[in-house]
Design a protein around this ligand. Structure first.
Ligand code: SAM
Length: 671
């Protein structure tokens, strides 16, 4: 079902660009690649060259000026390099596009510049300084995958780090204008292959244009074979000619032929969306939609952050499998995304702290697992690294007997306050009500509220954790409640301090507002929410087993480490059977049953029927206890799907999160 996920390249770090800096008389200082022996931009007037080759030849000023669609205009680029092209496109958009228009930039890069090199290269263009600063501030770690950056309220950049051919094969989205860059074909023959042009053709919108600085024969032949019409136009400066062109009829996207059930529903109107549930999943989805100009009604029977997202403090962390699997990829992407998202949302860090997380290996089995993880995942040290016990102790600020993994980007968040902040964003109307049912109408959906009122919306997102499958349309999605109790200890004066979140069997965060939060218990299928002393005792036992020296030091300062003296909070988290979230369109389970019943007899005979969905109904649920890492990325995913934009994850991972994945699995197994 997710066999395509096996096609994903390794989850690894990428080699950074190797540069030399050159300056020629009168020109700007400019980077030169020693890997490709070619320049990133013309040393004489890189900016003017970009304007001529990529911006003007794609007719961007006039196309931006006339852009009236609700979806964003999408530019696709091969080879992000210094980002000069994309920053110029952004400036052109600001100069010409109407206020409601949006711009979405998608660019691949196999050898990302180091952050300081990026800043140095872009310093050549003072009038792009503000834009360059936004880019540099959000510049991601060099990890293969999709990294979404918010350049401003209307402009989004998805950096697809990795090889262009590989990345275009995984891209879920279509492009209006291509910047065909990437060093000269003679210097980079690996990239300029027929597969490149075929992938562009299959990721184009009808009428998509292209522009490139080169007139090489391979490019002309490749473009024509893929269905692009090209013509020679005057080149920039000393270059006599370049190519511009377009594709009338893009190639079909055949990637879901083996998994037609994951085919996305047709886009529909999304002027007003109702989001049910104001926990982190719902509140972040509401914010993602509102940012795109959608009017959102955010409905919760108790207000923001009342369920699993209601704790005063929660850990932003992930646990990655020793051998790469789709779930680990989603969670790592989610962690990096949450980090960037929080930085943009709350730069003053009132709601979160990127203090880093230590995941301790307290058993030989876990040590072996972590060693295998590190051996299989050559990731940058800024993302995850192994640390020995002495370094773990130094980082945590307390003696620790075990080594482990350090995740420097992780930390803790105030989930309840975060949900409240999101729910108060412009464009979101918060409504305290209980939704008891919903039905499709000619215009969209009609929600039935417990007080008898009805509420109309174009589309609906269900984000109510364990209650997400209470509706007739979602009832067939398997969800399990998992009871969790956290404990909070009031700290006496002089209590020792933790510098990192520490995870082992449970987790403990650095002190916040005079209290130490630790836990949480994990009781699948239990649904009562009373606070239990036995659970406090279990949390204390776990804390003591993980950090005995720290607990002893706490006792010395008079901390009351007895179950009867602890405060607590219980919440029910929701989990799917495979422990990955559900994020995507809600399948029409009965239609799937009818359309795909034959799979039970022979799973190799895949019907052609695309998956039927409850049109305009979406879900984000089953975030378990790691919603701070997964929910904001799933929110971007849903908002991008609803608003008909390129998606912030590779297509196999989009399918991995599909809410219908268990239905199809059960059908195949004849259940
Ligand atoms: N568009 C860039 C700008 O505005 O600065 C300049 C691009 S530079 C001429 C070419 C870029 O393509 C380099 O950053 C290089 O690392 C990247 N590149 C080359 N081959 C690639 C490949 N196969 N996949 C992805 N990126 C590649």
């Amino acid at each position: 079902m997710t066999a395509a996920a096996d096609a994903l390249p390794p989850l690894s770090g990428l080699e950074s660009a190797r540069l030399e800096w050159h300056r020629e008389d009168g020109g700007e200082e400019a980077p030169h690649s020693t890997t490709f022996e070619d320049v990133y931009f013309s040393r004489h007037d890189g900016r003017a060259e970009t304007e001529h080759v990529f911006i003007a030849a794609n007719r961007l000023p006039e196309r931006f000026a006339g852009w009236q669609e609700a979806r964003p205009f999408v530019i696709g680029e091969t080879g992000f390099g210094t980002g000069l092209n994309m920053l110029c496109a952004w400036a052109c958009f600001d100069a010409h596009a109407p206020p409601a228009a949006r711009l979405h930039l998608v660019s691949t890069e196999k050898f990302p510049l180091r952050r300081d090199d990026l800043a140095r290269a872009l310093s050549a263009w003072p009038d792009l300084a503000d834009r360059a600063a936004r880019l540099v501030a959000q510049w991601p770690e060099a990890v293969a995958g999709v990294h979404r950056l918010w350049l401003d309220a209307r402009v989004t950049l998805d950096l697809h780090l990795g090889d262009t051919l590989e990345r275009l094969a995984l891209l879920d989205g279509r492009v209006d204008a291509w910047f065909l860059d990437g060093f000269a074909p003679a210097k980079n023959p690996e990239m300029w292959r027929p597969e490149l042009f075929a992938a562009m053709a299959a990721r184009s919108r009808p009428g998509a244009t292209l522009a490139t600085f080169t007139c090489a024969g391979v490019v002309k032949r490749g473009l024509a074979a893929a269905g692009f019409r090209w013509r020679k136009v005057p080149g920039f400066g000393r270059k006599r000619e370049m190519l511009a062109g377009e594709i009338a009829e893009p190639a079909e996207d055949r990637r879901r032929e083996r998994t037609p059930w994951f085919s996305p529903p047709a886009p529909r109107r999304a002027r007003h969306v109702a989001v049910i549930g104001a926990g982190i999943a719902g509140a972040s989805t509401a914010a993602a939609l509102a940012r795109r100009g959608v009017t959102v009604t955010l409905i919760d029977r108790e207000g923001p952050g009342s369920g699993g997202s209601g704790n005063a403090q929660g850990a932003l962390y992930v646990k990655l499998a020793a051998d790469t699997n789709p779930q680990s990829r989603v969670y790592l992407a989610g962690l990096l995304h949450s980090r960037r998202w929080l930085e943009a949302l709350d730069p003053d860090r009132e709601l979160w702290a990127p203090c880093g997380v230590l995941q301790l290996a307290t058993s030989e089995k876990e040590q072996a697992r972590q060693a295998r993880f590190l051996a299989h995942h050559p990731l940058p040290e800024g993302v995850v690294r192994g640390v020995a016990a002495d370094e773990a102790s130094r980082l945590a600020g307390t003696p620790i007997a075990h080594g482990g993994l350090e995740y420097p980007q992780a930390g803790w968040v105030r989930p309840a306050a975060l949900c409240a902040r999101l729910a108060a964003m412009p464009g979101i109307q918060l409504r305290r009500a209980e939704v008891v049912g919903m039905s499709p109408t000619d215009e969209g959906w009609s929600l039935a509220l417990a007080d008898g009122e009805r509420l109309a919306a174009d589309q609906v997102v269900v984000a109510t954790a364990t209650l997400a499958n209470r509706f007739a349309q979602t009832a067939r999605l398997p969800l399990q409640p998992v009871r969790g109790q956290v404990s909070r200890l009031a700290l006496p004066r002089g209590a020792p301090e933790l510098e990192r979140v520490i995870c082992a069997g449970g987790y403990v965060s650095p002190a916040l507002d005079g209290g130490l939060t630790f836990g949480a218990t994990f009781a699948p299928r239990e649904t009562d929410t009373d606070i239990r002393e036995a659970d406090h005792a279990a949390n204390l036992a776990e804390l003591t087993a993980t950090l005995p020296a720290f607990v002893a030091a706490l006792r010395e300062t008079g901390a009351k480490l007895e179950p009867g003296h602890l405060e607590g909070r219980v919440a029910l988290r929701a989990a799917s059977p495979d422990k990955s979230p559900y994020a995507g369109p809600v399948p029409d389970a009965e239609a799937w049953q009818a359309d795909y019943a034959a799979l039970a007899r022979d799973a190799t005979r895949v019907p052609e029927t695309p998956g039927r969905h409850h049109a305009g109904l979406w879900i984000s649920a089953a975030h378990g206890s790691r919603g701070l890492a997964s929910a904001p990325l799933c929110a971007e995913l849903l908002a991008s799907q609803i608003c008909n934009e390129p998606l912030p994850l590779e297509q196999p991972l989009v399918d991995h999160l599909h809410p219908g994945r268990r239905l199809i699995r059960d059908l195949i197994r004849g259940k």
